[in-house]
Structure formats: structure tokens, C-alpha cells
Design a protein around this ligand. Structure first.
Ligand code: NAI
Length: 476
């Protein structure tokens, strides 16, 4: 019954505000609404018990309610300690037909500003279904849910969770502590999961590593590398939400400033465009000569971080790699230079090194904005403690672009759940037909008119009139 709904959110009374914004977002998410229309009657997700770990925003609320509309039962947590929008979380718990007194929506375990202990507790709760039931699907962003199930299963084989070493991150120590407390539950969870659909570059990297090592417990669909995901969300989404986060965090004029963007992949391209759009002079750092050359063709200087640190007013990391901006870099940055990250994890910026730097002082300006004062008197401003600043300082990517990403998520959930026996313990991408279908819905929603191939033209270029229009290796 609804009164038995278990959840932990900041404040259920925010649900009405959340519901209003969900209503506006639904109009901006035509892909998800089209899927509700197409599959609402068939209920392809009936019987699916989806445990989801993805930023608990308004856009994600529309995703969750789409999964429910297609028949799924859902439990949710955020995949970042700062990314939850508390009104979205409240509205999802209350549900479209519930009340604050009698919520009847989806159990959500997420609030803005979780500690690491709370974050991993939420992840555990999201994977723990009541009445001895188990999830049978995971929807992941960055791979933390998948990691918990896999590490738990691995350690249950020997019955021992390894001791943390001094070199381990604070977060890994928290994970090990949680696994020690919960050892015994994870093998059953892993055995029940039919598959995972993964949202982001960093999570896909982890999945590929597990698949290569033969350690993947269930099949996975890489949603990130649908063209209508990474070439849109990662790029145009960040083009919107990066400057949004910087503005809400600092209100510093970006025009005329020097901004260094580390990494020129999809997120880096959108970040550089975003900063240039505000009039910044953008400098790019890259390890990959192809991406470096792309940056140059787009008109950006390519340099090493070391050679431009001292003129940078802003430094933004987008690499999905670790140890990009170290404390020795920060010590040389300009007074009140702004440092932020939009890669998935906080280890792009050496926050641990910064906290340990001799004589450094922390002055909190407001939530998710910290001034770190060095002993020589100069300071730097760090956004969202080095975590995704577009979600920590602002509200992440806007609905329309997330409609593309989440349409792929929904299609991937349907695919893995309904055709599970066709998938091995590997990492798959969705077929191009579905990518083109997601794009078509959004082209039309924006009032675009597609040109239709004649039969002769289709034969001439060797494609079907109805697509797919490009070979698999085409790069867009
Ligand atoms: P990508 O692989 O397309 O781009 C990363 C780029 O960083 C690559 O071109 C790589 O050569 C470069 N790189 C790696 N190490 C470097 C180093 N030491 N110095 C300079 N450049 C380096 O990946 P994508 O899709 O751009 O994603 C980047 C990160 O952003 C991932 O962690 C991803 O999960 C995350 N992401 C964040 C979003 C957000 O809303 N903030 C949205 C989508 C993805």
C-alpha cells in the first residue's frame, strides 16, 4: 500500500513545486512522451523492477515516470552528492496521484548535499527492495550501482572485504565500510539482475573494463554512445549548463577572461563553446592529437596546463581522467581564479591534496562555492568541491537535450528486459535505427522538416529510404 512507501528525501512539501516543473518539462521532453504514447498500452516493462542511480533532477523525474508508465516498478537514488533537486525528489515520491500525507509514487533516496556515507547508504537502499524482492534491472550513471553489486559479489566469494590502505580515497574507504556491513546480500542481487543500461562515458569505461576481464555479471547497454546521447547531451547539454553553473556559483563576468578547458572530447567541445559564447578566450589542453587538432580548427589555442596556468581566470576539467589539476597547479593559479570540474568524478581535481596543503585555509562562501586561501594570500574559488559543477551549482542539462538521452535509456531498458536471452555478458550499443528514431522525434518537435530520399537516390548512395542513413563507422 502507499503508506508503506519507503523513501528518504529532504522535504516532501516541495512536491507541488516539483510537480509544476515536471509538467513544464514533459512538454520539453517529446521523446519520452512519444515513448509513453507508443508503449503505454503494451506495458513492455511490466514485471521490471528497476533500480536507478542517476542525478535526481526534474528531467530524471520525467524519465522515472515514463518507466512507470511502461509498467516498471522503480526505486531511485542520485549518482552524485550534490545533483539532487529536492523538489523533483519530493514530487517523484508523492507521485502524480498521491498527496504529501499519502505518497504513492516511487521510493527515492536522494537529497542535495549528501555526505559520502549517506550517498552510499542511498545507493544501497535503492538496490534493496522490500519484502525480500530483488531488482531485475539497473539503470546506472557512472556505474556506482553496478560497482556495488559487482564488488559485493566478488568479496562474498571469499567472505572477506579487504582493509582500506592509506592510498585509498575517502570514498573507497566508505564503499569498503558499507560492503563490510552488508556482506551477504550482494550475490543474490547480482544473480537477479538481467542487465544494466549505462548513461555516461565514465560508466561505460568501467563496464568495458569489467567485460574485458570477464567479470561482468550481466549484459549491459552503453546508452552513452548512442549518437543522440553523447553527441547531444555531452556537448550541447554542457554548452547550456556549464556557464549556468559558473554564473550561479560566482556571477563573475566570463567575457574577456582566459578560460582553460582540459579535454576536448564531447564534453570539452561543449564547454569550450559555452565559454567562448560568453566572450572568454578559451585555451584547450589535450593528450589526443586528433582532438587537439579539432580544437585548433575550431579556433582555440592548444597548450599544456603548466604553460597557461598563470594567465587562466577559469580552469574547467572535462577529461573523465584523474589527477588533471593538482594542488601544485592550484598554488600557481591567479588570485580568485575559478576552478571547476564537469567530468563524472571528483578526482580530476586534487581535492585531497588541496585540503592537505600546508597552511591552506578554507572559506565557505555559500553551498557548493568555496574559497581556498593559500599561505601567500592568493586564493582560488572551487565549485562543488570538485564534483560536477553543472549539476552542483546549477540544475544540469535542460529537458530537451535530456529527452534524447532518456529516450535511449528507456529504449535500452525495454530492449534488455524484453529480449534478455539475446544478450551475453557484454557491452552493447542500440541499433542505429533507434538512434535515428530518437533524433526524428526531436527534429519534428523543433519544427524541422526532413527531406525524404527518392528511391533512386537511396539506391545511389546505398541506403534504405527509411534508413539507417549512415554506415556503423560514420562519426557524425
Ligand atoms: P571523451 O572521451 O569524449 O572526452 C574526454 C577527453 O579528455 C578525450 O578527448 C581525452 O583525450 C581527453 N583527456 C584524457 N586525459 C587527458 C589529460 N590528462 N589532459 C587533457 N585531456 C585529456 O569523454 P566525454 O564524453 O567528453 O566525457 C568526459 C567526462 O564527462 C566523463 O567523465 C563523462 O562521464 C562526463 N560527462 C559529464 C556530463 C555532465 O553533465 N557534467 C555529461 C556527460 C558526460
Amino acid at each position: 500500500t502507499s503508506s508503506a512507501l519507503d523513501y528518504t528525501v529532504a522535504d516532501l512539501s516541495l512536491a507541488e513545486f516539483g510537480r509544476k516543473e515536471i509538467r513544464l518539462a514533459e512538454h520539453e521532453m517529446p521523446g519520452l512522451m512519444a515513448l509513453r504514447h507508443e508503449y503505454g498500452e503494451a506495458q513492455p516493462l511490466a514485471g521490471a523492477r528497476i533500480s536507478g542511480s542517476l542525478h535526481m533532477t526534474i528531467q530524471t523525474a520525467v524519465l522515472i515516470e515514463t518507466l512507470v508508465a511502461l509498467g516498471a516498478e522503480v526505486r531511485w537514488a542520485s549518482c552524485n552528492v550534490f545533483s539532487t533537486q529536492d523538489h523533483a525528489a519530493a514530487a517523484v515520491v508523492v507521485g502524480p496521484n498521491g498527496t504529501v500525507e499519502n505518497p504513492s509514487g516511487v521510493p527515492v533516496f536522494a537529497w542535495k548535499g549528501e555526505t559520502l556515507d549517506e550517498y552510499w547508504w542511498c545507493t544501497e537502499q535503492m538496490l534493496t527492495w522490500p519484502a525480500g524482492r530483488q531488482p531485475n534491472m539497473i539503470l546506472d550513471d557512472g556505474g556506482d550501482a553496478t560497482l556495488l553489486v559487482h564488488k559485493g559479489t566478488e568479496y562474498e566469494k571469499t567472505g572477506v572485504v579487504p582493509e582500506a590502505s592509506d592510498d585509498d580515497s575517502e570514498e573507497w574507504k566508505v564503499v569498503l565500510g558499507l560492503l563490510r556491513k552488508t556482506l551477504g546480500k550482494w550475490t543474490a542481487v547480482g544473480a537477479g539482475v538481467l542487465g544494466v543500461t549505462e548513461e555516461t562515458t565514465t560508466g561505460v569505461l568501467r563496464l568495458n573494463q569489467m567485460a574485458d576481464a570477464g567479470e561482468l555479471l550481466f549484459p549491459a547497454i552503453n546508452v552513452n554512445d548512442s549518437v543522440t546521447k553523447s553527441k547531444f547531451d555531452n556537448k550541447y547539454g554542457i554548452r547550456h549548463s556549464l556557464v549556468d553553473g559558473i554564473n550561479r556559483g560566482t556571477d563573475v563576468l566570463i567575457g574577456g577572461k582566459v578560460a582553460v578547458v582540459c579535454g576536448y572530447g564531447d564534453v570539452g567541445k561543449g564547454s569550450a563553446d559555452s565559454l567562448r559564447g560568453q566572450g572568454a578566450r578559451v585555451i584547450v589542453t589535450e593528450i589526443d592529437p586528433i582532438c587537439a587538432l579539432q580544437a585548433q580548427m575550431d579556433g582555440y589555442q592548444v597548450a599544456t596546463l603548466e604553460s597557461v596556468l598563470e594567465i587562466a581566470d577559469l580552469v574547467i576539467t572535462t577529461t573523465g581522467n584523474f589527477n588533471i589539476v593538482m594542488v601544485d597547479h592550484m598554488a600557481k593559479m591567479k588570485h580568485q581564479a575559478i576552478l571547476g570540474n564537469v567530468g563524472h568524478f571528483d578526482n580530476e581535481i586534487d581535492m585531497a591534496g588541496l585540503a592537505k596543503y600546508p597552511g591552506v585555509k578554507l572559506v565557505n562562501i555559500k553551498p557548493q562555492v568555496d574559497e581556498w586561501v593559500f599561505p601567500d594570500g592568493h586564493s582560488i574559488i572551487v565549485l562543488s568541491e570538485g564534483r560536477l559543477l553543472n549539476l552542483g551549482n546549477a540544475t544540469g542539462h535542460p529537458s530537451f537535450v535530456m529527452s534524447n538521452s532518456f529516450s535511449n535509456q528507456t529504449i535500452a531498458q525495454i530492449e534488455l528486459f524484453t529480449k534478455n536471452s539475446q544478450y551475453e555478458r557484454q557491452v552493447y550499443r542500440l541499433p542505429k535505427e533507434l538512434d535515428e528514431k530518437v533524433a526524428k522525434i526531436h527534429v519534428e518537435a523543433l519544427g524541422g522538416e526532413l527531406t525524404v530520399l527518392t528511391k533512386a537516390q537511396a539506391e545511389y548512395i546505398g541506403v534504405d529510404v527509411n534508413g539507417p542513413y549512415k554506415p556503423e563507422h560514420y562519426r557524425y
